[in-house]
Design a protein around this ligand. Structure first.
Ligand code: ADP
Ligand code: MG
Length: 412
């Protein structure tokens, strides 16, 4: 490992060796290597990626690890330390998306995520299928990314699979290409209509930085975000609730945004400039569009502006100044995009009342996690205030941890 010049934290290294041991127990051979891909929180830019807009995620220290070895018999075997049911064995040639009769595409099964990545790589003509046999792999996963908490455990699982195969078969894919293949796997194989943010964050983030991504042309820039040097902390508060509304509401929001863009004659809401927002809203109202549609548009247009504002303030070295922009972003998610919930709202109000610099929900909404920007010296008191507010409201205790801006996917 050190020979490759990688810097591995102790816990990464310990977990990597455990993954090697578990791989040997499960498959009876040695893996060829161990790879890691992180979960993420989104600093700002919610529901903007599928509107061709801006997002700004950072990678968490929490990672999904994969110990992996190639196979030459066209068989894919996957096993997760977090999923019951043991090893799932699939034939690469039989992989087919959700809703079709092929193997691995049933929506409920976790194996659809890694299988979808192999399907996307095969579909792109990237996996070798030569005289010495069709490509396959044995994969053992173990993850510290909480699942279903809005922290992108699914993207971490996809990206670590893609990176392992990229290295095992020397495919030479760039991180951005890996992200796109993983998004295709989740959209077309698993059947989840997500944007490009989560996979790009997991594949492309850099330690000590947030990633400014233009979801239209996929250009990206690492923006310095060194919280410790500023005496600041970013807390993640996992509310531990997931409200059922999530899936259908996401589809409804996408549909509303696309309909509004059509009505306005633009390719995507990204193309509505903040200066033209009032005129655009008037035009939508004149065309008989519902007030809720107008509010969805206002969220997307103002949210893109907030991402640019956060980038400008970070570029100027004024990290504390992003606090109010985060809180404004929460109000927009709550009031205009209507994707918050009582638990997320309580994190934001209780944290801000206790002296946080700013706070907002992060991720798709309807539960999951919120982020809180605080002075390091106030972090404990603010965390305690949020926990007490939850107890007072009769909610289960939230899980609170610090988001250290961490590295993207890598070989260990
Ligand atoms: P999020 O990505 O926000 O955590 P999703 O619903 O998009 O939530 O993805 C969660 C799903 O991803 C889980 O239900 C499971 O199918 C899969 N998954 C994530 N991590 C693992 C893991 N370590 N082992 C098995 N499946 C996992
Ligand atoms: Mg996900």
């Amino acid at each position: 490992r050190t020979a490759e010049g990688e810097r591995v934290t102790d816990s990464d290294s310990d977990r990597a060796w455990q993954a090697v041991d578990r791989f040997r127990e499960v498959y009876g051979t040695d893996p060829a290597g161990v790879w890691a891909a992180p979960g993420r929180v989104n600093l700002i830019g919610e529901h903007t990626d599928y509107n061709d807009g801006f997002v700004m995620p950072l990678a968490l220290p929490h990672t999904c690890l994969a110990a992996a070895a190639p196979r030459r018999d066209g068989v894919l075997r996957v096993h997760s330390g977090e999923a019951p049911g043991g090893t799932v064995e699939l034939r690469v040639a039989d992989l087919a998306p959700a809703g079709t009769s092929g193997a691995g595409g049933d929506r409920g099964g976790w194996a659809a995520y890694p299988a979808g990545v192999v399907w996307a790589l095969t579909g792109a003509g990237l996996l070798p299928d030569s005289d010495d046999g069709a490509a396959g792999a044995d994969l053992y996963f173990t993850s510290t990314v909480p699942t279903g908490a809005g922290l992108s455990s699914s993207a971490a699982l996809e990206v670590v699979t893609a990176l392992a195969l990229n290295d095992l078969y020397e495919l030479g894919l760039e991180p951005g290409e890996i992200a796109r293949l993983c998004q295709r796997a989740e959209n077309d194989f698993v059947g989840v209509p997500c944007g490009i943010m989560d996979q790009t964050a997991s594949a492309c983030c850099a330690q000590g930085h947030a990633l400014f991504l233009d979801a239209r042309d996929l250009t990206r820039r690492q923006v310095p975000f060194d919280l410790a040097a500023e005496g600041l902390r970013l807390l993640v508060v996992d509310t531990r609730v997931t409200h059922e509304l999530g899936d259908s509401a996401y589809a409804a929001r996408r549909a509303a945004c696309e309909a509004a863009a059509r009505e306005l004659g633009v390719r995507a809401l990204r193309d509505v400039r903040i200066e033209d927002l009032d005129a655009a809203l008037a035009r939508l109202a004149g065309a008989g569009q519902d007030d809720s549609v107008l509010r969805r548009v206002r969220h997307v247009v103002t949210e893109n502006r907030r991402v640019e504002e956060v980038v400008a303030r970070l570029d100027a070295g004024d990290v504390r100044a992003i606090g109010p922009v985060l809180t404004d972003g929460h109000a927009s998610c709550r009031d205009d995009f209507a994707i918050s919930c009582a638990e997320l709202d309580l994190v934001v109000t209780s944290a801000n009342e206790a002296g946080a610099l700013g706070a907002r929900m992060t991720g798709g909404g309807f539960g999951g996690s919120a982020i809180v920007l605080v002075e390091e010296v106030a972090a404990e008191a603010v965390g305690k205030a949020v926990t007490e507010a939850f107890a007072g409201a009769g909610y289960a205790a939230p899980r609170i941890f610090t988001a250290v801006p961490s590295a993207g996917a890598r070989r260990l």
